[in-house]
Design a protein around this ligand. Structure first.
Ligand SMILES: Cc1ncc(C[n+]2csc(CCOP(=O)(O)OP(=O)(O)O)c2C)c(N)n1
Ligand SMILES: [Mg+2]
Length: 801
């Protein structure tokens, strides 16, 4: 054999090995899907949604995926996760069972249903790992197309790092901005607005994003003719194709069962995106669903016999196998042997996962039964308790709920008996141990928790000037961009003119178009830019022009941003700051204050409502020292008011979760926040004229709220409470009332009914009169307080009406 032939033979051997390795991954993944469905149908798992029928393109994507890259995808991608080494068989089943332990189910510690994937960006202390040395997947969410906005930011981070390498101080996030962000989505989910919004934005921004559409012609039972114009996403996106002198996309199509074509297509896509930061859309056609959409139904109900036949014939794993045989990579017999081995391996992995899941619960049951037996022995209800113990013991596959409900029901039967204390202690210890498995990491548990940041007061001296308050915000942002190279801000009108209220005036010129930038009118993907970039170590500030338009972004804040830490059990974070301005302009869409809606939708974030620009600036300074996501709402009518310019701009901080008493008083406590506070302050002056001395507390921070319980301390003095805001009745004012009366046990100190004063239940009407008749006015506050005082002392404060 001459040298050339040896080399050729070796190359072919390598190639064969690689293909066989890929086939092994595909076949393993398929077996997991098949067995997974059985596990659900036999009741071991609650729900299953699998990646069968989408295996082969994912092998190709994994080949082109490099260390440092990020995925943002959806529930079909198990094969990809296996191919990059981030998911093994046992972990796959741990996820299916909902194993509440992040070491067993690394995707979410059992918090998400199977099929929602993630890698770990954080170490055990909540600190960043070196993401350039691993393959990364942002954590999936279930809402269709919800992965799109975040994808934009993941891709944009590479662009920022390429332009500003010093933004990556510790070199953990990027190597010359070479990382590609890989998106996956189902064909039907491209109908969502978030898909189109993000696609357009990535075309404008020219970011390294490779978007794959897994097209199986269906979205559950609904055929492509109801989903997509011309039934083809690549057809209708043709206009996005980049031409010589334009921006745009490379739009590629490929058949999902054609292994060699897929490998070539993905290699080409990666090259274009990685080198030139041009986004690529790959429409992967002719995919199938061998077992239908999920375990909730069967596709025989809505697919024709012809379609089902075609799906069998064009199954990508079957087609890959024939291609391997046709090209002498393996014989049919060899593949049969391999298939049988893999089936066994998957069975063994499943068994191991089930035992790992079940055994700790069984051990916990054994410990409980020991306590219960002892409790029973001294109980008058011995017979009943023994029956309940026997029932618990007979459950073949117990869950923790079985343990705890039995224990708690028995506790009621042994009140006052010898065993009560021991059982109560067991229940409390068990709950303390188990509850965090389901509830930890709503907020950060790292040292960088924003609540831990110490307060630094603004410093003034005799020469401190009163200035337009927007200058305090502007100078503070200037200092922030100077101090933190990893910060950037973007939003509608944020760049060139320096935001609609000039809080960023001149900063684009100083820090460049990439760091202080204008964005298209697309609130959800502005949010997504922020999430993705924050997941890659930058400190983005996403600006939503007005609070009223936050609703467009609220879904993605609620579903994605607010749940990042929680849904990964602390393995990912996105410390994004969302900046907006609101309250008190004029009109239905320019003066809303839907705070109740917001605080209830985004638990997992801080919600901060500074009354002044100095307070707002202090919040930004605090947040940048921490590692948590937050929403800061500046007061729209505050920019032109005068405030004193602090000397220590960029340094002073406003503490999070701490209220401020802005006026001392003795007769009644008013708790309020934001723009309404000025109205309350005016009413307080007028009330003082008739001898009513109210105490005013500025909540400042709605999430978290008054962690020192200062409100109840005020009630101990005044014994009366009024909560004022301009949300709808029963909105944020109800939340504040619940915090003070219930959580802080303020009811103990009340001599009058605790009251709220909110806006009318409709949106605020236009103009000054519209405002007066829609939102609480100075007179409303005055009369409300007067009525409360009058009820207590009608002689002194006789009824006004
Ligand atoms: C916002 C939202 N609406 C509806 C659903 C329910 N749902 C889950 S998957 C799905 C179909 C998705 O089809 P497609 O995007 O084609 O992906 P495939 O499952 O076919 O891979 C629907 C409607 C959801 N998860 N989120
Ligand atoms: Mg589909």
């Amino acid at each position: 054999m001459n040298q050339a032939t040896t080399k050729e033979a070796l190359t072919f051997e390598d190639f064969k090995k690689e293909v066989l390795n890929d086939y092994t991954t595909a076949r393993t993944s398929r077996e997991c899907s098949l067995l997974g469905r059985k596990e659900v149908l036999t009741g071991k798992a609650k729900f299953g949604i699998f990646g069968d029928g989408k295996e082969v393109p994912q092998l190709a994507m994994a080949k082109a995926f490099k260390n440092g890259d990020f995925r943002s995808g959806y529930y079909r991608d198990q094969t990809f996760m296996m191919a990059i080494g981030a998911l093994n068989i046992q972990q796959f089943f741990a996820g299916l069972y909902g194993h509440a332990d992040i070491t067993q189910d690394p995707m979410s510690g059992g918090r998400q249903m199977g099929g929602h994937f993630a890698t770990h960006s954080l170490d055990e202390n909540g600190e960043w790992k070196n993401l350039t040395q691993q393959k990364n997947s942002s954590s999936d969410i279930s809402p269709t197309a919800g992965q799109m906005p975040r994808l934009l930011g993941l891709a944009q981070a590479s662009k920022i790092y390429r332009e500003f390498p010093n933004a990556d101080k510790n070199q953990k996030f990027s190597v010359n901005g070479n990382e590609v962000a890989w998106g996956t989505i189902g064909n039907a989910s491209t109908s969502e607005g978030l898909f189109f919004e993000t696609i357009n934005a990535a075309g404008v921004l020219q970011v390294p994003m490779v978007m794959s559409v897994w097209d199986d012609m269906y979205g559950i039972s609904v055929h492509a003719r109801h989903q997509t114009t011309k039934e083809s996403i690549s057809e209708i996106l043709k206009g996005f194709q980049k031409e010589e002198d334009t921006n745009g996309y490379e739009v590629l199509t490929v058949l999902g069962w054609d292994y060699p074509a897929l490998v070539d297509t993905y290699a080409k896509a990666a090259q274009i995106a990685r080198t030139n930061h041009i986004p690529v859309l790959i429409h992967v056609k002719e995919l199938t669903q061998p077992q239908g959409h999920s375990t909730s139904g069967s596709h025989e109900r809505y697919k024709s016999a012809d379609r089902l036949q075609w799906e069998g014939d064009f199954d990508c794993v079957v087609k890959m196998r024939s291609w391997m045989i046709d090209n002498n990579i393996a014989t049919s017999e060899e593949l049969d042997t391999l298939d049988a081995e893999l089936k066994k391996e998957v069975l063994a992995g499943k068994k191991a996962a089930w035992e790992a899941y079940l055994n700790p619960i069984k051990e916990e049951r054994t410990a409980l039964i020991e306590v219960l037996n002892s409790v029973a022995s001294s109980s008058a209800n011995k017979v009943f308790i023994e029956k309940m113990i026997a029932d618990l013991n007979s459950i073949k596959e117990p869950i923790r709920k079985d343990n705890l409900t039995t224990a708690r029901k028995i506790l009621r039967m042994v009140i006052g008996e010898a065993g009560q204390n021991a059982l109560a202690a067991w229940i409390q210890n068990y709950t303390n141990e188990i509850q965090p498995k389901f509830s930890s990491h709503l907020m950060s548990q790292s040292a960088g928790k924003a609540e831990n940041v110490e307060e630094i007061l603004p410093v003034y001296d005799d020469s401190s000037e009163m200035v337009d308050a927007r200058l305090i915000i502007r100078n503070n942002f200037d200092k922030i961009f100077e101090t933190y190279p990893e910060t950037l801000i973007f939003g509608e009108d944020s760049g060139n003119i320096g935001d609609v209220n000039q809080g960023l005036e001149g900063l684009q010129e100083k820090y460049g178009e990439a760091r202080v930038s204008d964005a298209g009118i697309r609130e959800a993907s502005i949010l997504g830019q922020g999430i993705g970039m924050a997941m890659r170590g930058l400190r983005p500030i996403a600006e939503i022009q007005y609070l009223d338009y936050l609703l467009y972004a609220l879904q993605i804040m609620s579903d994605d941003l607010a749940t990042v830490q929680y849904r990964t059990a602390g393995k990912q974070k996105a410390p994004l700051i969302v900046r907006t301005r609101g309250h008190r302009l004029e009109g239905i869409w320019h003066s809303g204050s839907p705070m109740g809606m917001i605080i209830n939708a985004i638990r997992g974030m801080h919600v901060l409502v500074p009354r002044s620009m100095t307070k707002a600036a202090g919040f930004y300074n605090t947040l940048l020292k921490g590692d948590e996501p937050a929403l800061v709402i500046e007061c729209l009518n505050g920019y032109r008011l005068k405030e004193k310019m602090p000397n220590n701009i960029g340094e002073f901080t406003t503490p999070i979760g701490v209220v401020e008493t802005v006026k001392q008083g003795t007769d009644l406590t008013i708790v309020s926040y934001g723009s309404t506070l000025r109205i309350v302050e005016q009413a307080a002056k007028e009330l003082l004229e008739i001898g009513i001395d109210v105490e005013i507390i500025d909540a400042q921070s709605l999430l978290p709220f008054d962690k020192n319980h200062d409100c109840v301390k005020s009630l101990q003095k005044t014994n009366r409470l009024l909560v004022v805001d301009e949300d709808v009745p029963g909105g944020a004012s109800a939340y504040i009332l619940q915090q003070i009366v219930d959580v802080q046990e303020g009811y103990k100190f009340l001599d009058s009914k605790p009251e709220t004063l909110a806006a009318k239940p409709h949106r605020p009407s236009y103009g000054t009169d519209g405002d007066y008749f829609s939102k609480p006015s100075v007179e409303d506050v005055f009369e409300k307080v007067y009525a409360i005082m009058g009820e207590a002392n009608p002689k002194k404060y006789p009824s006004l009406y």
